[in-house]
Design a protein. Structure first.
Length: 343
């Protein structure tokens, strides 16, 4: 059983910054996220895309923002439980008991939900026998590109992820075939132009207005994919792996069963503490809702600061929580580990 001041559900930018704001007030936190790496949407959906609206940072990528936040929270020693999910939450005494899918148990005084738009699950491909090859022949995320060197790949999708992987893997794969259900793309024009140039040069194949019909193989090993166009004409393509990039579908998951005041796929909060309908449970970032809500990272940072002060007051009732500035406060310097530098 892990005992801590706060459990943060979600390791995106807002969840990570929440660690910082709690740490400044002397509160310890553990962070749980279903994604295998920190960063939430920033690293899962656009790690290399530029972000322009972080205050005092003219431009940074999603990955750079995440890396900087991880560096910023280092002094506070928060433990990140990644690739896991909180499946149980129940009030216990003055706090809460939580349990994750992997069996990690927490006793905590407060819970902060910073789960973005929920847990991301890949939109799965629907075709005959697809389930037989999930996780082996059919993959939804590329973790180690080198394992596809010299392989015959069929890639499904027409967005940035699909085109990015087409261009990244084409030099090392034996052959790539791109399948798109339309002839218009959601990817940036430059990527589409590069892909069409490869097709024109005979270095890869492209089928538009086409979708998967069936997958074939032996003992879970994928061998080929049958596709069909709008007229029903079928083509079977040899394939060692099929990569599916239909995007990620956000789902509230277990959070929907925690008895909170849900507003569609968001959680209603107040604007003083960013507390939910259950005292001691807070929600910040894209997952919360209040009048005038704007789904911006900088808004989530503001919410994290106010939630931290509210939790400090909850844990120390009757004691005033003083606002101290990191510029001048010796207490802040000590917690940040910069006392000597400040002197």
């Amino acid at each position: 059983m892990i005992k801590t001041d706060v459990v943060i559900v979600g390791a995106g930018p807002c969840g990570l910054f929440q660690v910082f704001e709690l740490g400044l007030l002397g509160l310890k936190a553990h962070v749980v996220d279903s994604i295998a790496q920190p960063g939430g949407q920033c690293t899962e959906l656009y790690p290399d895309k530029p972000i322009y609206d972080i205050p005092a940072v003219p431009v940074c990528t999603g990955q750079e923002l995440t890396d900087n936040l991880l560096q910023q929270i280092e002094p506070f020693g928060a433990e990140l439980h990644l690739g896991d999910e909180v499946t149980e939450l129940e009030p216990r005494g003055d706090g809460f008991y939580l349990k994750t899918f992997k069996g990690v148990e927490f006793e905590t005084s407060a819970v902060i939900i910073a789960a973005g738009v929920g847990s991301f699950q890949p939109r799965q491909i629907r075709a005959a026998d697809a389930a037989d090859y999930e996780g082996t022949g059919i993959v939804y995320r590329v973790r180690n590109p080198e394992q596809y060197a010299g392989k015959k790949l069929v890639i499904f999708g027409g967005g940035d992820s699909a085109l990015d992987w087409v261009l990244a893997l084409q030099p090392i794969a034996e052959h790539i075939t791109l399948i798109h259900r339309r002839d218009e793309y959601r990817a940036v024009d430059a990527s589409v132009d590069k892909m069409r140039a490869l097709v024109a040069a005979g270095e890869m194949d492209l089928y538009e207005n086409t979708k998967a019909k069936a997958f074939h193989g032996t003992d879970g090993t994928l061998e080929s994919v049958t596709i069909a166009d709008k007229e029903g004409n079928e083509t079977t393509i040899d394939a060692d792996h099929a990569m599916v990039f239909f995007g990620l579908a956000p789902k509230l998951g277990p959070i929907a069963d925690w008895g909170l005041d849900i507003n569609r796929k968001t959680i209603n909060v107040d604007t003083e503490k960013f507390e939910t309908s259950t005292p001691g449970i807070y929600a910040i970032g894209d997952i919360n809702f209040y009048p005038g809500k704007k789904k911006l990272i900088l808004s989530g940072f503001h919410e994290a600061a106010l939630a931290a002060f509210a939790i400090k007051a909850r844990l120390e009732p009757g004691k005033k929580v003083h606002l101290q500035y990191t510029t001048t406060s010796p207490v802040m310097h000590e917690r940040l580990g910069v006392s000597e530098a400040a002197e």
